[in-house]
Design a protein around this ligand. Structure first.
Ligand code: DGY
Length: 323
């Protein structure tokens, strides 16, 4: 008798390239709705699953593992994995994985788009034209900031931080970094980037690009005290995780001109925005689309599928998170 195929649950539709790989080796259930599963739906669907591919919006913790007695592994469709209790998975001998590298360039490109959009008021000036309110060229309209000669601070100098620095090459910016367990050797070798303590970093940067993961150290690192140390001309861009910024404090800092502008792709309480944020003229906001390119999303789907297949076959997944 042939062994039944393993059963895989995918908590939200992902590109077909990944699903096709899974279907060759498993029965696959894909959430048919264009929304995340509720907690109850997730636990109900996953209870008979041998493997699950989930999103950053799915909480993968002891309660989830308890509800899935047959589970042989969990693959995150994201590089960030603050939604997974990795130590708990490890304690239970369950492999878990993420999708690094395949989305590095896409996310760095969005960070740079936000830097440019914020520095040059692209969104606010577009809106004036669309609303029919432009009265013609004016010498003082939408005066922005030139990037050349300025200091770009990379907060979270990992793969994506390095890619942001590389994109800045044509803009002739000085690079400084902060965070990370140790200085990124490529950032040092290619840019001579100094790794600074947080307070010195804040004081020196003209543009801060957050590309850090969410950890106990980075949560609310950018709070009222941090904004007070930044230049009043500084721009803050976040493509990491929303809770790294105290969003209520950011609204105050932007409103009172303690910093000049912000470009945000991630939010503290997604999909909700802090009160007053969307009404500010000096902020550019995008809906968590850092990895939203065809190339990155297909790469993520294939890598998540490869990870889960390895787990089901009892081999080490390509990008395993367990130590
Ligand atoms: C990630 O991968 O962590 C992003 O936030 C979504 O692609």
């Amino acid at each position: 008798m042939t062994k039944p195929l393993p059963h895989v649950v995918v908590t939200r539709a992902i590109p077909e390239a990944g699903l096709a790989l899974l279907r060759e080796r498993a029965t696959v259930w894909v959430n048919p709705e264009d929304r995340p599963l509720t907690r109850d739906e997730l636990l109900a669907q996953a209870k008979d699953a041998d493997g699950v591919i989930g999103l950053l919006t799915d909480r993968i913790d002891a309660g989830f593992f308890d509800a899935c007695p047959k589970l042989r592994g969990y693959a995150n469709y994201a590089v960030g994995y603050d939604n997974i209790d990795v130590p708990e998975a490890t304690r239970r001998g369950l492999p878990v994985s993420n999708t690094p590298d395949v989305l590095t360039q896409a996310t760095a490109e969005l960070a740079f788009a936000l830097i440019l959009a914020t520095a040059r008021h692209i969104v606010a000036s577009d809106a004036v034209l669309r609303s029919g309110q432009w009265s013609g060229w004016g010498p003082l309209q939408f005066i922005g900031t030139q990037l050349a000669g300025k200091t770009l601070g990379i907060y979270g100098p990992g793969r994506i931080g390095l890619a942001v620095a590389r994109l800045s090459r044509g803009f002739d910016m000085k690079i400084i970094t902060c965070g990370g367990r140790k200085p990124n050797p490529a950032l040092v070798a290619e840019f001579g980037a100094a790794s600074l303590p947080f307070e010195a970093f804040l004081a020196a940067a003209d543009v801060v690009s957050i590309t850090a993961p969410l950890t106990d150290t980075t949560r609310h690192a950018f709070n009222a005290a941090a904004f007070a140390r930044m230049k009043p001309t500084a721009l803050l861009v976040n493509t990491g995780r929303g809770p790294i910024i105290d969003e209520a404090a950011l609204v105050v800092a932007l409103r009172e001109g303690r910093i000049a502008g912000a470009g945000l792709d991630v939010y503290e309480f997604e999909p909700r925005l802090a009160e007053g944020l969307a009404a500010l003229p000096n902020v550019v906001i995008t809906p968590h689309i850092g990895s939203a390119t065809t190339e990155a999303r297909e790469g993520m789907a294939v890598l998540a599928a490869q990870n889960l297949i390895a787990m089901l076959e009892g081999t080490t997944p390509p990008t395993c998170l367990n130590p």
